[in-house]
Design a protein around this ligand. Structure first.
Ligand code: SF4
Length: 337
């Protein structure tokens, strides 16, 4: 019955369907509604009912975490409704991140042992899978340490809290900030990934990295109680922007959107569990954004903040619907609910 209702409803609102077909579909729906079939009466159609509230979902300033930007751009409704259930893969990734943080304080052997001890607690893999899994993660830890040793790390787990205009705050945490190898005035953003490497094109377009580049260019590296953090830059308040710093890198800006591209050394994704043949982690780079690109991205992030603020949230169907856990409640997926 649900699929029949969905087909009739789709026909009624299909502008490409002829008037005869639309009238017939409407007539059948009316008959089903008279018979009391749930979902046949347009009063039950979620897409046609009035919003239950016009209150914003998020209060101002809206906090935008760079890790959410891509999901909101794909589908605002899913980003608003979906809650990610904890998984053993997420727990393993978190444990790996924590253990990389202590590498500077303990021997690699002790860090590796901590990782080996943690894995059986975090995964429900069968025993025959556990031993190779532990070896794989141990190799990843060594690969990461070896790669990190080539970097001039200036900050670890760097908190980010930077305003974008008056109504938005970019908040998150950068795994590592490193000095640029050829230009000491620039900083590179490093993100540890515990999955398989994405394509070079996907890394270049990565929304999370691009948003962290924007935050770094809008803010300032300052000393926090637990190390460096990226906070507001008082010289780039809502009235005082300098339009892209001394680098002349475009992006005249309007004060609130006046990122300074001159500090950016780009960003790197590091994949310790996806090594090259020699054992080093694969890496993927995102080029340093120019002032003009930052201005454009600030507009994208402003749109994301508006979507998060609500109260409306647009359902945007696409390939991502395949993995959407709220599709049963989605007005864009006929017959799904
Ligand atoms: S099913 Fe698709 S369109 Fe609907 S909420 Fe999920 S991702 Fe968005």
């Amino acid at each position: 019955m649900q699929s029949l209702l969905a087909e009739l409803r789709a026909a009624v609102i299909d502008p490409d369907a002829g008037p005869v077909r639309r009238r017939q579909a409407a007539r059948q729906l009316a008959r089903l509604a008279d018979a009391g079939v749930p979902g046949a009466d347009p009063a039950d159609w979620w897409g046609l009912t009035a919003p239950s509230t016009d209150e914003p979902v998020e209060t101002t300033p809206v906090r935008v975490n760079p890790s959410k930007v891509n999901r909101v751009r794909e589908c605002a409704l899913r980003a608003l409704l979906e809650r990610t259930a904890p998984s053993s893969a997420m727990a393993m990734g978190s444990a790996f991140h924590r253990i990389t943080e202590i590498l500077g304080d303990v021997d690699i052997e002790d860090a590796e042992q901590a990782l080996r001890d943690a894995i059986p607690e975090l995964t429900d893999e069968p025993a025959w899978r556990l031993a190779p899994l532990i070896e794989e993660w141990a190799r990843a830890l060594h690969a990461w340490r070896s790669w990190e040793g080539t970097q001039n790390v200036v900050g670890m787990e760097v908190d980010v809290r930077v305003p974008l205009g008056d109504d938005i705050v970019l908040t998150g945490r950068i795994d590592r900030l490193a000095g640029h190898p050829r230009d000491p005035s620039k900083l590179t953003i490093v993100d540890i990934k515990t999955g398989k490497a994405v394509s070079k094109d996907d890394a270049e377009a990565d929304a999370q990295l691009a948003t962290y580049q924007l935050a770094l260019a809008l803010g300032r590296l300052i000393d926090g109680p637990d190390g460096p953090v990226i906070g507001p830059d008082p010289t780039r308040g809502s009235e005082g922007g300098n339009g892209g710093g001394d680098g002349g890198d475009g992006g005249g800006g309007n004060g609130a959107h006046a990122p300074d591209a001159s500090i950016l050394g780009g960003a790197t994704l590091v994949y310790p569990r996806d090594p090259l043949s020699g054992g080093d982690p694969k890496t993927r780079l995102q080029a340093a954004r120019t002032g003009e690109q930052l201005e454009e991205w600030a507009d994208v992030v402003t749109g994301v903040a508006a979507a998060l603020r609500g109260p409306g949230a647009i359902a945007t169907p696409g390939k991502h619907c395949e993995f959407c856990t709220v599709r049963l409640a989605c007005p864009a997926k006929e017959g799904a609910r």
